[in-house]
Design a protein around this ligand. Structure first.
Ligand code: PLP
Length: 424
């Protein structure tokens, strides 16, 4: 029973190095967050040892009396948080939640509609080599070329023409809100199910700072680790009792074996936190930070370098930077910010002329910084640093920007009580 640092210094060293990286840099990947220590404690517990195939009260293994309590807590909390009559908290990830819903409601060969990946959709919304693209006939919809909003008239036209069995509404790289009501009325008109994938904006919904899809969709899926700030994982919500039964059997035994009860315990903790006033205040800072960043990246000094913001701003936790008219491509911009310890990801923008591995965009999110306490002044400073880095000449010395990043990180300590393993 040796501890990790003694038993496996190589692994311990890598974990310590990652802790240092997260502490010293600024994490601005829109899908990431810094989960609370309490969530990590739940995940690092003896629950990882337990098999619990089935559902609370209906398990295929003995010894489930404690995990039953935990899983029921997670279910009850997430139902209350989002006003859903049913929740399944077992999906191992967002992708598996989406796979389970499709498995439950439609058959291979059926037609689905989802936002084109190149316009901000997710892999599981119908990308060609994803299970969703291989099993189903995919009709993608897209954003309008003039204002970069999802084109609901196009969604309606395509739905009438192709009569999908399922319409997916949701996104991974889109900075505006969707019209869930209109999506539902289109789905109803053509006899399709509406699945909303709120993975990115679930935290904003929980805080009441973004319209909730739960009352409009037949099924709502989410990850638990993005704005929601919990452990990595997925959930499925519905208000329809028949759909609920199908979802439960699609998750287990349809898609998964034993649930990850240590992760489910982490989800329960995250849902408790998400119902708090502190969480709502944090989600507000996420939104404020994204708006500050979008405002800065639309100023004339930035625009003069051919840099703009897709759709001109943001209503959510992320900004999609448009580099189509800039010499700097997405890869170079990502690398440049990495040099000053700001982590973002390059991302295709709609109608992107550059190849997918290079791209003409950056997706920049504020959830992780809000979790480490950033408020307006700190977000303004980081927005200035990003703007200056992006407009700097190719041979510019970025050391002073890196120092400003280090100062922001030092002012907002992360995981101050977490003790490194200290191996080797
Ligand atoms: N759905 C959306 C909209 C996402 O953005 C993501 C992840 O980025 C997922 C689903 C998949 O989640 P996971 O990575 O947990 O499978």
């Amino acid at each position: 029973n040796a501890n990790l640092a003694d038993l496996d210094p190589e692994v311990a060293h890598s974990i310590d190095a990652e802790l240092t990286r997260q502490r010293n840099g600024l994490e601005m990947i829109a899908s990431e967050n810094h989960t609370p220590v309490a969530v990590m404690q739940a995940q690092g517990s003896v629950l990882t040892n337990k098999y619990a195939e089935g559902y609370p009260g209906r398990r295929y293994y003995g010894g489930c009396e404690h995990v039953d309590v935990l899983e029921q807590l997670a279910i009850d909390r997430v139902k209350a948080l989002f006003g859903a009559g049913f929740a399944n908290v077992q999906p191992h990830s967002g992708a598996q939640a989406n796979a389970a819903v499709m498995h439950a409601l439609i058959k291979p060969g059926d037609t689905i509609m989802g936002l084109n990946l190149a316009h901000g959709g997710h892999l599981t919304h119908g990308m060609r080599i994803n299970f969703s693209g291989r099993l189903y006939n995919v009709i993608p919809y897209q954003v309008r070329a003039d204002d970069y909003r999802v084109d609901m008239d196009d969604v309606e036209r395509l739905a009438r023409e192709h009569k999908p069995q399922l319409i997916v509404a949701g996104w991974s790289a889109y900075a505006r809100q969707l019209d869930f009501e209109r999506f539902r009325s289109i789905a109803d008109e053509v006899g399709a199910y509406l699945m909303v994938d709120m993975a990115h904006f679930a935290g904003l919904v929980a805080a009441g700072l973004h319209p909730s899809p739960v009352q409009h969709a037949h099924v709502t899926t989410s990850t638990t680790h993005k704005t929601l700030a919990g452990p990595r994982g997925g959930i499925i919500l519905s208000n329809d009792a028949d759909i609920a039964k199908k979802i439960n059997s699609a998750v287990f035994p349809g898609q998964q074996g034993g649930p990850l009860e240590h992760v489910i315990a982490g989800k329960a903790v995250a849902f408790k936190i998400a119902a708090s006033a502190e969480f709502k205040e944090r989600q507000q800072r996420i939104l404020d930070g994204a708006r500050i960043l979008a405002d800065r990246l639309t100023q004339p000094d930035v625009a003069a370098h051919g840099i703009s913001v897709v759709s001109g701003g943001t209503d959510v936790h992320l900004v999609l930077v448009d580099l189509r008219d800039c010499e700097l491509d997405g890869q170079q911009a990502e690398d440049r910010l990495a040099q000053i310890d700001i982590t973002v990801n390059r991302n295709a923008v709609p109608f992107d002329p550059r190849p997918p591995m290079v791209t003409s965009g950056l997706r920049i999110g504020t959830p992780a910084l809000a979790s480490r306490g950033f408020e307006a002044a700190a977000f303004s400073e980081v927005a200035d640093i990003i703007a200056e880095a992006l407009i700097a000449s190719a041979d510019a010395d970025l050391a002073s920007l890196a120092q400003r990043v280090a100062a922001l990180a030092a002012d907002h300590p992360l995981y101050a009580d977490v003790v490194p393993f200290g191996a080797g």
